[in-house]
Design a protein around this ligand. Structure first.
Ligand code: PCA
Length: 205
């Protein structure tokens, strides 16, 4: 079995992006950390280019699990994203200068898709590993949500496939090595086909 984990190039004037460092480290130690081959893919922070790059990797490697990662700058915990929504509403231009506002990711397609990763089993596993984590019910409306939506619409909704998105905080809030620990725990739960525990993780607002 093969696992594809994607991360993003830097954006918004930053010089690095911990989502890519995390994906790369996980791929280097895939057998050790999750017991399977992990392929890392670096995506451009562009509405036009992110999904095509992930799509190419998925076609090449035929994975059973795909976890896309991105940086959530203000976050202090790893965020297991619950849902992708069919909208682009960019706060800042992407790395190609595009700034779509209130456009669909995919025209005439469903409003949203659930992650098919075992979110609550993952939440418990990441907590047990000692890394701050939460379930998030919005991945935003920028390139991360875009690639998450496209992944679920184009690939992840088929039976036998598991796909989803995890936002990581800046490395100052959660060190990259802890991010690797967290994402490895998520991937292991997916590979195990872990049943979902009843575990409340909602937010008030
Ligand atoms: N974070 C951005 C896009 C790339 C990234 O790492 C986002 O949350 O949409």
């Amino acid at each position: 079995m093969t696992v594809v984990v994607s991360g993003f190039e830097p954006f918004d004037g930053a010089v690095d992006n911990p989502s890519w460092e995390t994906a790369e480290r996980l791929a280097e130690r895939g057998e050790e950390l999750v017991g399977e081959r992990v392929v890392a893919v670096r995506l451009p922070v562009t509405f036009g280019g992110a999904w095509p790059a992930l799509d190419a990797a998925v076609r090449e490697h035929a994975p059973t699990v795909v976890v896309a990662l991105g940086l959530a700058g203000g976050a202090t915990r790893v965020r297991l994203e619950r849902v992708a929504v069919n909208v682009r509403d960019a706060r800042i231009p992407d790395n190609a200068g595009d700034q779509p506002v209130d456009e669909p990711v995919v025209a005439a397609a469903p409003v949203g898709y659930w992650s098919t990763l075992p979110l609550k089993a993952s939440l418990a596993a990441v907590r047990a590993a000692g890394v701050p984590v939460e379930v998030s019910s919005t991945a935003g409306t920028y390139v991360c949500n875009d690639v998450f939506y496209a992944l679920m619409h184009r690939w992840g909704a088929e039976p036998g496939r598991q796909a989803g998105f995890v936002h990581v905080p800046g490395a100052d809030a959660v060190p990259v090595e802890d991010q690797v620990t967290a994402v490895a725990a998520v991937v292991r739960q997916a590979l195990l086909g872990a049943p979902e525990p009843v575990l409340a993780a909602g937010t008030e607002n």
